[in-house]
Design a protein around this ligand. Structure first.
Ligand code: PLP
Ligand code: TYF
Length: 394
């Protein structure tokens, strides 16, 4: 039976991670996988996470199963962090999941269960796991134009034009903030217009938020999604704690569903818990418990938020430095979009050949579509990257 298996296409981002490791050059620069790195290239455990983990080891007296939905205190704390003043008390169903990826997977399973014919509209481009999971589940995928390669910004007219063709009941996947891979994001006014279109055409928004706190700040990064949620009757939201708590390998995420009424909330919650049971039974607890401890303790929470702010500001200054270095070398502001983008990623706009030249001649690793992880830079490598970009003729 196993001999019937065929080779699966590798994830291009994870394949790049392996290629970087194998490159023997000292001066190589990793702008590939979306993992935050400090100026020394390390991905540290955040201070508040360390403290919470120490407290947890001391105080925890059982590791017995939680519930299928995880600990409700975790769901309460994380959903309030994401939804803020738009938190819909009596309409919110939540299940903890193994990372944001599983929140997306469980959300798509829920859609398939409720509306097997609904199409999933994905931004062009988007995180490759969005179409990969949808295709595997047999959820029909449609694409909406999103990125304007000329300006490095969002082609909002094209996006609205494409979404205007979605059928009643279709699902629109939106990146909550820090769009992966482009770095280009909707303004608040644009979020409002998308929300109006969603209501008008009776669509279901599905927001993937994996970088809250990495763009303009914890509340600012969720402002668009909160505005949307306060307008629409139903929504799905997949939140990841991998990046903003730096707990990548602990697999901590939350799927939230905003039901049209308090009554529908219960059935929705039951369906989501059942899907957890069918896929992995109980969600992992360690990361979720650490997040819960941090968010419900004033001191830990303040320390976490302060460290996250430093991370965010560090990435912003790297953006400024790179845009400045490129302005100096090209005498133009053509790369100004790098400073306007938010989050870890920017789509540089290089051809696959130019990406290959940068890798071969300069040891600069970015994803083949020219997505760069800004956090992979430091003060010393910004000029090296700027030189490589110019030398490759981008
Ligand atoms: N969504 C996007 C757009 C991402 O970039 C990531 C990153 O890893 C995730 C979701 C989920 O990540 P994880 O499953 O590691 O929490
Ligand atoms: O986009 C990224 O680089 C991160 C990490 O299958 C990632 O989101 C990449 C690929 C993947 C899982 C996580």
């Amino acid at each position: 039976m196993l001999s019937a298996l065929t080779p699966q296409a590798p994830d291009k981002i994870l394949a790049l991670m392996a290629a970087f490791r194998e490159d023997p050059r000292e001066a190589k620069i990793d702008l590939g996988v979306g993992v935050y790195k400090d100026a020394t290239g390390l991905t540290p455990v955040m201070r508040a996470v360390k403290t919470a983990e120490r407290q947890l080891v001391e105080a925890q007296d059982t590791k017995v199963y939680t519930g299928l939905a995880g600990d409700p205190v975790f769901a309460d704390a994380l959903s309030r962090l994401v939804l803020g003043d738009a938190w819909p008390a009596d309409r919110l169903a939540c299940v903890a999941t193994p990372g944001g990826t599983s929140a997306i997977r469980q959300g798509l399973e829920l859609i398939r269960m409720a509306a097997p014919d609904a199409a999933l509209w994905l931004s062009m481009p988007t995180w490759p796991n969005h179409p990969a999971i949808a295709n595997y589940l047999g959820v029909p995928v449609r694409e909406y134009r999103y990125f304007d390669a000329e300006t490095g910004g969002v082609d909002f007219a094209a996006m609205m034009d494409d979404l205007g063709r979605a059928a009643t009941g279709d699902v629109v996947m939106l990146h909550g903030c820090c769009h992966n891979p482009t770095g280009a994001n909707l303004t608040l006014d644009q979020w409002d217009a998308v929300a109006d279109l969603i209501v008008e055409r009776d669509l279901l928004p599905f927001v993937d938020i994996a970088y809250q706190g990495f763009g303009d700040g914890l509340d600012a990064d969720a402002a668009g999604l909160r505005a949307l949620v306060s307008k629409v009757p139903e929504a799905l939201i997949a939140a990841s704690c991998s990046k903003n708590f730096g707990i990548y390998r602990e697999r901590t995420g939350l799927l939230m569903a905003i039901a049209p009424s308090a009554k529908r909330r219960q059935v929705t919650q039951g369906a989501m818990a059942a899907l957890n049971r069918l896929n992995f039974s109980f969600p992992p607890d360690h990361g979720a418990r650490v997040v819960q401890m941090i968010l419900t303790d004033d001191t830990l929470r303040a320390d976490w938020a302060a460290e996250l702010e430093d991370v965010r500001k560090g990435m912003l200054s790297l953006r400024e430095a790179l845009a400045t270095a490129l302005r100096a070398r090209t005498g133009s502001d053509r790369f100004g979009f790098l400073a306007a983008h938010r989050g870890m990623f920017s789509l540089l706009g290089a051809t696959p050949e130019q990406v290959e030249v940068m890798r071969r001649d300069h040891g600069v690793y970015m994803v083949g579509d020219s997505r760069m992880n800004i956090a992979g830079l430091n003060a010393a490598t910004v000029p090296i990257l700027a030189d490589a970009i110019v030398a490759a003729g981008v």
